[in-house]
Design a protein around this ligand. Structure first.
Ligand SMILES: Cc1cc2nc3c(=O)[nH]c(=O)nc-3n(C[C@H](O)[C@H](O)[C@H](O)COP(=O)(O)OP(=O)(O)OC[C@H]3O[C@@H](n4cnc5c(N)ncnc54)[C@H](O)[C@@H]3O)c2cc1C
Length: 372
């Protein structure tokens, strides 16, 4: 039986970005997934890289999101040259629209806090918005967030998987992980259905399903699914260039006329069935912001499950069981946070420390990771 330096449980964007990083440092890595890689939240996402629009005043996540964004340009360029798959990283920026003065007021605390940290956010009048994106209906006004970008997350996943393979990562696919295996003091591998795999370290990156993987001595990971619907529209031309967001909907333009319209936040367990009500509401909001979309083709609809922790922050790092690590709970920002997560977890696995100050994100803040 092969023996791996590390087994990564879950081949979404978090698992694959980490696998690529560890393999490039010479580690022998297995990524285990019950399906093909990237079929869950990492494909369901809209691909916004949005530190500013998602920012909450004072959140420890903001600096991490910005650090991760800075790594995206180089990562996309590397992946394109290694794999010839262009993940279409786009830096036109984001328009955050408000439809009333009251909405503007709710946005201001975060905007002013970010400006005080040097983020060049600009307020745009109705006229300026019209000049910027002529096909939008007239909202009251908005903010231009120049440092909120986007990437085609499905192309990104394809490129990551190919790059992992080129770096020697072994994908063990169609295999459900049941349990982390350990001796009296540390990890020895993972137990799959009808099989086992030996590994000196194990990282749980199983997204919304993380709690289903049993770990001797530890209670289940505190992760729950939060459902989000998406509608993909297609038009002959690109209706706008920027990512457009309001409090009701976001619209992410892809090259060639596709627009990703999202999303909802629903606490309905593991149900991923697309439902008529949320889709209708998203389409109505999108058409009100951009009437030309009324004529576009509905190319696809889907729903995915965001992995959420009780405090809304990721869990990154070691646990009470030696050799067992988690990279979980990326919630609404897992695409954005993947590069920095890979860096942080690589630091833990290779050197026993995080390369950045991430104490607020250590798993030990939850009791189940304290009691060995
Ligand atoms: C509708 C929607 C829109 C979103 N938009 C954005 C966005 O614009 N920007 C952004 O940054 N983030 C966005 N997100 C969030 C982002 O998609 C997630 O945070 C991120 O994809 C989580 O990645 P992951 O690798 O942890 O999980 P996943 O991509 O869900 O991967 C987990 C993997 O683990 C595998 N797995 C689970 N259990 C087992 C097991 N027992 N055995 C074997 N394999 C297992 C699954 O098959 C899956 O492949 C969005 C999410 C949704 C749902």
């Amino acid at each position: 039986m092969s023996h791996f330096d590390a087994a990564i449980l879950g081949g979404g964007i978090i698992g694959c970005t980490l696998a690529r990083s560890l393999a490039s440092k010479g580690m022998k890595i297995a990524v285990v997934d019950r399906d093909a890689p990237g079929q869950e939240a990492s494909s369901a996402a809209a691909g916004m890289l949005s530190p500013s629009a998602e920012a909450e005043k004072g959140s420890p996540l903001f600096a991490l999101c910005r650090a991760s964004l800075q790594r995206y340009g180089p990562l996309a360029a590397e992946l394109k040259s290694e794999t010839e798959i262009d993940p279409q990283y786009r830096a036109e920026g984001t328009l955050l629209l408000f439809e009333s003065e009251q909405e503007r007021q709710t946005m201001l605390p975060s905007i002013e806090w970010q400006r005080s940290q040097g983020i060049p956010i600009q307020e745009l009048s109705q006229q300026e918005l019209r000049e910027c994106e002529p096909r939008l209906a007239d909202p009251v006004g908005g903010f231009y967030l120049p440092e909120d970008h986007q990437i085609d997350n499905r192309r990104l996943m394809q490129a990551l998987v190919q790059s992992c393979r080129q770096r020697g990562v072994e994908f063990v696919l169609g295999r459900n992980v049941l349990e982390v295996e350990c001796n009296s003091h540390s990890v020895t591998g993972v137990i799959l259905e009808n099989d086992r795999l030996a590994a000196a370290r194990v990282v749980n990156t199983a997204g919304a399903w993380a709690a289903r993987i049993r770990v001797p001595g530890l209670a289940p990971a505190p992760i729950r699914p939060v459902k989000g619907h998406i509608v993909a529209l297609e038009s002959a031309e690109e209706p706008f260039q920027h990512v457009v967001r309001s409090h009701r909907v976001y619209m992410v333009p892809r090259r060639g006329g596709r627009v990703i319209v999202g999303s909802t936040m629903e606490e309905v367990g593991f149900d991923k069935t697309p439902r008529a009500g949320p889709i209708t509401r998203l389409l109505r909001a999108a058409q009100e912001l951009c009437p030309i979309l009324e004529q576009s083709k509905v190319a696809d609809v889907w729903a995915g499950l965001r992995p959420a922790a009780p405090d809304g922050l990721p869990l990154l790092g070691p646990t009470a069981l030696e050799g067992y690590f988690v990279a979980l709970g990326h919630f609404r920002n897992g695409i954005l946070l993947a590069p920095i997560t890979a860096e942080i977890l690589s630091g833990w696995l290779l050197r026993g420390e995080s390369p950045l100050p991430t104490d607020a994100l250590l798993p030990r803040r939850f009791a189940q990771f304290l009691c060995g």
